[in-house]
Design a protein around this ligand. Structure first.
Ligand SMILES: C[S@@+](CC[C@H](N)C(=O)[O-])C[C@H]1O[C@@H](n2cnc3c(N)ncnc32)[C@H](O)[C@@H]1O
Length: 225
């Protein structure tokens, strides 16, 4: 019951509006290797239009934009606060080939086949209907192009989870609580790589590859439309 309430709160827009800034301050240190890996995994050329679904503070979106200055990046998030945070960071970094707007993964406000690549990191577990989100991603992606979906690994080993927690550091008295929350509410209620691959297959993606990084307990699924 209590756990179900926490999961509901985890996925609520108001939660991201309120507590997004805490996540944003802490997460870069924990995920920078994942962002870097995904930035390299996205296949783009100079004129590519790339969408980041559930972009949050925009760390991955801005990394891609900075690396591919003639490509065009768009990050969407259902939280207005997260969109503002990402826009602030974009301005601070002086990046012009990227923008952020509010939008819901359940109903992407774009025409069919609009994008040459799509990324989504740590967002799919929050969606009301992850299968519908995957269908939407497939709909707005151009044929032959790739989507890279990454999410907390439901099958994370205890040792890897403990190493991940050390990256948040700072408040040691908080660690047991953080461990409980990550184990039972975040990782434990997420997806395995096979589950994300199945969602992608059911959404019509034809080639699907999965991988994991030793340094970061997230699954990475790369799928071609
Ligand atoms: C764990 S954060 C990940 C943020 C970012 N991708 C990153 O890797 O740092 C999840 C993000 O997904 C967003 N989100 C959750 N449900 C969403 C939905 N249905 N549509 C769009 N964004 C959503 C949240 O507002 C939040 O910013």
């Amino acid at each position: 019951m209590f756990k179900n309430l926490l999961i509901k709160a985890r996925d609520a827009r108001w939660m991201w509006d309120l507590f997004g800034p805490i996540y944003n301050r802490r997460i870069y240190n924990a995920l920078f290797e994942l962002y870097e890996h995904i930035a390299q995994a996205v296949e783009m050329d100079g004129s590519s239009q790339i969408l980041d679904v559930g972009a949050g503070p925009g760390y991955a979106t801005l990394l891609l934009a900075a690396r591919h200055t003639t490509a065009s990046l768009l990050g969407i998030d259902f939280s207005a606060m997260q969109v503002r945070a990402a826009e602030r960071l974009r301005k601070q970094r002086g990046i012009h080939n990227c923008r952020f707007e509010q939008g819901n993964a359940m109903n992407l406000p774009f025409a069919n086949n609009r994008f040459d690549g799509i990324v989504s990191i740590g967002s799919i577990k929050h969606w009301a209907d992850p299968q519908q989100g995957m269908v939407e991603i497939s709909r707005v992606l151009a044929p032959g192009c790739w989507a890279v979906i990454s999410e907390t690994d439901r099958d994370v080993a205890e040792e890897a989870l403990r190493r991940f927690i050390q990256r948040f550091t700072a408040w040691y008295f908080w660690d047991p609580l953080l461990h409980w929350g990550l184990r039972h509410i975040i990782f434990g209620q997420s997806f395995s790589e096979q589950e994300i691959a199945s969602l992608a297959r059911a959404a019509g993606f034809r080639e699907i590859r999965t991988e994991k990084l030793a340094s970061c307990p997230y699954v990475i699924v790369k799928a071609q439309k």
